[in-house]
Design a protein around this ligand. Structure first.
Ligand code: PMP
Length: 360
């Protein structure tokens, strides 16, 4: 059996030791005689798995005590809805920063519930950079400020945390959470679908400050009410137990590998290796402003798009898969989350150099 280097944007690679541990525990978790997927979410075995996962995530991200951590379903897309429903708290507008496909989706959904003031957009330059702090036009009556700290499709990442003059800052961190240490106390709410840097699809993490719960707008579905979820330890209904367990194994793997500071060093190195390869060549191109380049998603084009299919086919033949760019931007995209080993980036760079030599 040969495992491939899978550059998918998500669902994405999981650390091999995590998969091996899940395999070893599949039929009998710690002498329980059961697979985790077969356990009652209210039983003591699963409760211990859930609590450990939360404790490990809190430790990894240094989450302050006045923040709740929710393990939900519905993907990051459901949070596009839940955020205005919970955070408007009687206000009629919110500020959104528009930096790419995912912030546009968040904005479109928020517009169903409030007036969205676009505090900055980089659409005029085809979303190839994050706006600087000085470009943010924040409004006085906004309930919160939302941004997408890493745009998975465009490969644009904020290199700073926006300053919001005391307004709660809300971040879609789906494709960058756990890639480096961040100061959680600067945020009102952080959310992420799990399927990139946390675990399998089906689990959505929300980290939110205590005071942002408890005043949902009229008509908020119970399942979308953060206070209900927090009061029930994310078990108002049956949670995604197996995904929660696997996420917990990923958190333990991260801790065993030096935590987020160590991840940041490795991720910076991986990204630099790939961007250096692209920049050193006139055959490959990445359009993103160097200060806004994502560590996690690296889109690039070939000088001759007619070669795209050959590139993908030959890459696949040597075990480098899922490099096709998003249909909206074309070209290629290499997603290099925590679980992508440095050897995978090394293999990709070698392949790219060889491909250029043959076709450039
Ligand atoms: N936000 C970002 C930044 C994403 O990358 C994605 C998924 N690619 C989403 C939101 C949507 O996530 P989900 O599929 O979990 O709803």
């Amino acid at each position: 059996m040969a495992r491939v280097y899978n550059f998918s944007a998500g669902p994405a690679m999981l650390p091999e030791p995590v998969l091996a541990q899940a395999r070893d525990e599949m039929l009998d978790w710690h002498g329980s005689g059961m697979c985790v997927a077969e356990m009652s979410h209210r039983g003591k075995e699963f409760m211990s798995i859930a609590a450990q996962a939360e404790a490990d995530l809190r430790e990894l991200m240094s989450i302050p005590d006045n923040y709740k951590v929710l393990f939900l379903q519905g993907g990051a897309s459901s949070q596009f809805t839940a955020i205005p429903m919970n955070l408007l708290q009687g206000a009629e507008s919110a500020d959104y920063i528009s930096t790419g496909s995912w912030s546009k989706k968040a904005i479109a959904e928020a517009r169903r519930y409030c007036a969205v003031h676009v505090a900055a957009t980089t659409e005029d330059t085809k979303f190839t950079r994050a706006p600087a702090q000085g470009e943010l036009d924040l409004s006085a009556d906004a309930a919160y400020v939302h941004y997408t700290s890493n745009e998975t499709i465009q490969g644009v990442e904020f290199s700073y945390i926006p300053e919001t003059n005391g307004k709660p800052l809300v971040a879609d961190m789906s494709s960058t959470i756990l890639s480096r240490p961040i100061d959680v106390s600067r945020y009102g709410l952080i959310y992420a679908g799990a399927q990139k840097n946390i675990g399998p699809a089906g689990l959505t993490i929300v980290i939110l400050r205590d005071d942002l719960m408890g005043q949902p707008m009229n008509g908020t579905p119970t399942m979308f009410d953060y206070k209900v979820q927090a009061d029930n330890d994310s078990m108002y209904n049956t949670p995604p137990t197996y995904a929660w367990y696997l996420a917990g194994l990923v958190f333990q793997w991260l801790k065993g590998n030096g935590g987020l500071a160590a991840m940041a060093e490795i991720n910076a190195r991986k990204a630099k290796r790939l961007y250096d390869c692209i920049d050193a060549s006139s055959f490959y191109q990445n359009p993103v402003d160097p200060v806004s380049r994502s560590w996690m998603n690296v889109p690039f084009t070939l000088a001759n798009a007619d070669l795209d299919e050959t590139f993908l086919k030959e890459a696949k033949a040597v075990g480098l898969t899922t490099l096709k760019g998003h249909r909206s931007v074309g070209g290629m995209r290499a997603s290099i989350y925590n679980a992508m080993p440095e050897s995978g980036v090394e293999a990709l760079v070698s392949f790219m150099q060889e491909f250029e030599r043959k076709n450039g």
